[in-house]
Design a protein around this ligand. Structure first.
Ligand code: 13P
Ligand code: SF4
Length: 370
């Protein structure tokens, strides 16, 4: 198996079940047994970017919005093992009841984009933006962020969106006020607002590493949309040159990318949408169709295997792996199952009550947007 983590990093986080104790094959066998044994109280959710041997143990797979909705409906399960990243498990924790526990098999599975906006930075930006305009500014956060940011938008009349409902949520936000503050992903914000007819000239980027975000009060008062300077390093790797190269090589290739890709890539692509949108498009396409996909490689490779009658390749010649998603391994999943069996659950994700209460205001607004 591809080894992406240096040894010193591994030393701090030894899997509870070492390779000396169980081989990879033995891990899979024990996992299957424990999953069957504990099926009354444990459910496994898997995001589409998880690797195949993790997905094979997921009871339900989905994109961020689907998994959030599903988590809120699984009231009869005591344990929800979330094979995804930290912000997804936090969201699930806030949407589940006090009798339930959400477990992230490896606590190091974060999201680099979510780390690009911190509460203190958002508070600072908010003060500057509010003092620069009399217009009502509505904050919307992409679900890829810490619970404290969800709480911020909850307390400031805003909402949360995912890649599959961003347009609806932004439309809702712009019905509530004149301006939008969108964080942390500038690309999802820009791509969606442009699609809704807002010209690029009405969007500015707030860079938290610069004084006042690198903006003047006049920039803020003129803008309709203020985008946070955040991005996904996996999706930012896709380029216009790659789209052009694919099209030059085979004009019959349909290019579909995730909206976390940059503006020129989404504009040059034939289509873009969330992970479940991409899956849906491919599954409904006629046999013989050809696709180049701009998203995480585990999903692209799985689609290629699931639809052998279609040509499905990655848009990029390089490995576009989400290394944080990739931290969830069967070995860690087994450790989570064993701990539940032994009545000593580990890696429980628990959002403090006050933060959860404020975040839920925003999550409820998101889930209510039709
Ligand atoms: P989806 O909601 O489209 O699954 O995207 C989640 C994500 O993190 C993409 O990088
Ligand atoms: Fe975060 Fe990008 Fe990984 Fe999605 S693909 S979880 S945005 S780092």
């Amino acid at each position: 198996m591809l080894d992406l983590f240096p040894d010193d990093e591994k030393d701090d986080h030894k899997p509870t079940i070492s390779e000396e104790e169980l081989s990879d094959q033995e891990v899979l066998i024990e996992l299957q047994n424990l999953k069957t044994q504990l099926s009354d109280k444990v459910v496994v959710l898997g995001h589409h970017y998880q690797q195949d041997d993790v997905i094979s143990f997921a009871d339900i797979t989905g994109d961020s919005l689907q998994l959030a909705r599903i988590a809120s409906e699984l009231t009869d399960k005591e344990f929800i093992i979330f094979c995804g990243v930290h912000f997804m498990a936090e969201t699930a924790d806030m949407l589940t009841g006090p009798h339930q526990k959400v477990i992230l098999p490896d606590l190091r599975a974060g999201c680099s984009m979510a780390d690009m906006a911190r509460s203190s930075e958002i508070e600072k930006a908010w003060r500057f933006i509010s003092s620069s305009t009399k217009d009502k500014v509505v904050p919307v956060t992409y679900i890829n962020c810490a619970a404290t940011l969800k709480a911020f938008v909850g307390e400031h009349g805003g909402s949360i969106c995912t890649s599959s409902n961003a347009e609806k949520v932004i439309r809702w936000a712009l019905d509530q006020g004149e301006k939008l503050l969108f964080f942390p992903d500038q690309h999802l914000g820009r791509n969606t607002c442009f699609k809704m007819g807002i010209p690029l000239e009405e969007m500015v980027v707030y860079n938290p590493n610069k004084l006042n975000g690198g903006l003047s009060a006049q920039d803020i008062s003129k803008a309709k949309v203020i985008l946070w300077y955040g991005f996904c390093s996996v999706h930012q790797g896709f380029s216009l040159d790659q789209v052009n190269a694919i099209k030059e090589n085979d004009p019959n290739m349909t290019v579909i990318v995730h909206p976390e890709c940059n503006f020129e890539v989404t504009q040059a692509a034939d289509d873009y949408g969330s992970t479940s949108y991409i899956i849906d498009k491919i599954s409904k396409a006629a046999p013989g169709s050809k696709f180049a996909i701009g998203t995480e490689i585990n999903l692209v490779n799985r689609l290629a295997r699931e639809f052998p009658d279609k040509t499905i390749v990655s848009l990029s010649p390089y490995q576009c792996l989400c290394t944080t998603m990739y931290r969830i391994r069967p070995r860690w999943l087994l450790a989570s199952f064993r701990a539940i069996r032994d009545y000593k659950p580990i890696n429980i994700i628990s959002v403090p009550d006050d933060i959860a209460r404020s975040s839920l205001k925003a999550l409820d607004r998101m889930l209510a947007v039709k």
